[in-house]
Design a protein around this ligand. Structure first.
Ligand code: ADP
Length: 318
């Protein structure tokens, strides 16, 4: 292994820059050449490749987004597109590639490894929807962004004695809603993993009001419906003023938390170690506080996990 490259792909996440920095500086530390590929697989097919030095990743550990930009590419999903990508990699004498992204990006990396390029995937997504790892890069920052918004919403919904429904991202994974709901003291957390009953929800809101609750905060994961529609139903049934807030893309931005920066640094370091050892088609993650790596196929076929205990605690403390 002489030259490796790094790209970011799919949805962006805070901490991707810290991961790029870790890959670049670890590679240089190990006397490897390292290149940056812009705009994910799309840029790879167009040859958007630049050499990286230590200074190329200076002053980015604290920045959200990705300096390499990210993209989605339909063409890369075709065999012809991937062959073009491999030819470009060979032209630049790149023999190892670190892909920072989600499950789609990992599938792409796996395909590239079948064509003779050593690939390692790093989980970069705010959704925390990859079953093989306890946490993904960007999740902690997104949860803290939601928490900040919840704290503000609580002030105003307490003043007006309203119900406040906050819709958060996560695709089909309810982790952002679960973690921010527990940390933000939400009265209700609605997740795709658990489902909910409208009548039961409304009865709970009315009972809480009778007990003297000044406000009712509901965390709604995007994978189970929209906040506006639910707010209308809740207001109609309970007669209590109900406001919907969809946090949207602010959850994708911002300076990464300490936790995400450290995760990204540890993951980036392990990715380069694996390439140096001649490993390919593997993904890096964390389990019980330790950095792990496993085969991409195995990682992507793991069953979805859900932290029932955390859910139980959230409702016990609500
Ligand atoms: P994420 O990595 O965040 O899940 P996507 O699912 O959009 O994001 O995947 C990012 C890119 O990875 C896609 O635009 C596509 O180019 C590539 N990709 C996704 N799935 C596959 C696949 N099955 N085979 C090859 N490439 C894929």
């Amino acid at each position: 292994m002489k030259t490796i490259a790094v790209l970011t792909s799919g949805g962006d996440a805070p901490g991707m820059n810290a991961a790029i920095r870790a890959v670049v500086r670890t590679a240089l530390d190990k006397n490897l050449n390292v290149m940056g590929i812009k705009r994910g697989y799309s840029g790879l097919m167009n040859g958007e490749i630049v050499p990286m030095q230590r200074s190329s990743v200076a002053d980015i550990i604290q920045r959200g987004g990705t300096i390499l930009k990210t993209a989605r590419s339909k063409e890369f999903k075709t065999e012809e597109g991937r062959k073009r990508a491999v030819n470009i990699l060979k032209t630049f004498r790149i023999d190892g590639l670190v892909v920072i992204g989600g499950d789609g990006s990992f599938r792409g990396a796996n395909e590239l490894s079948k064509l003779g390029i050593a690939t390692i995937g790093l989980p970069g997504t705010i959704d925390n929807d990859l079953a093989y790892t306890d946490f993904t890069i960007g999740f902690d920052t997104a949860v803290n962004t939601v928490l900040d918004a919840i704290n503000k919403l609580r002030d105003t919904s307490t003043s007006h004695e309203r119900v406040s429904i906050v819709e958060v991202m996560g695709r089909n994974c309810g982790d952002i809603a679960l973690y921010s709901g527990l940390a933000g003291g939400a009265e209700n957390i609605i997740l795709p993993e658990k489902g909910y009953d409208e009548q039961e929800l409304c009865r709970g809101i009315l009972e809480a009001k009778m007990k003297g609750k000044m406000h009712n905060l509901i965390l709604l994961a995007e994978g189970i419906g929209g906040a506006e529609a639910l707010a209308e139903k809740v207001e109609n049934i309970t007669g209590i003023e109900t406001r919907a807030t969809k946090l949207g893309h602010i959850q994708r931005g911002g300076s990464p938390t300490c936790s995400d920066r450290i995760l990204a640094s540890r993951f980036g370091y392990r990715a380069v170690e694996l390439l140096e050892q001649g490993k390919s088609s593997r993904v890096v993650g964390t389990r019980n506080g330790k950095v792990i790596d496993l085969d991409i196929d195995e990682a992507l076929s793991q069953p979805r996990r859900f932290d029932e205990k955390l859910y139980e605690i959230a409702y016990a403390l609500a």
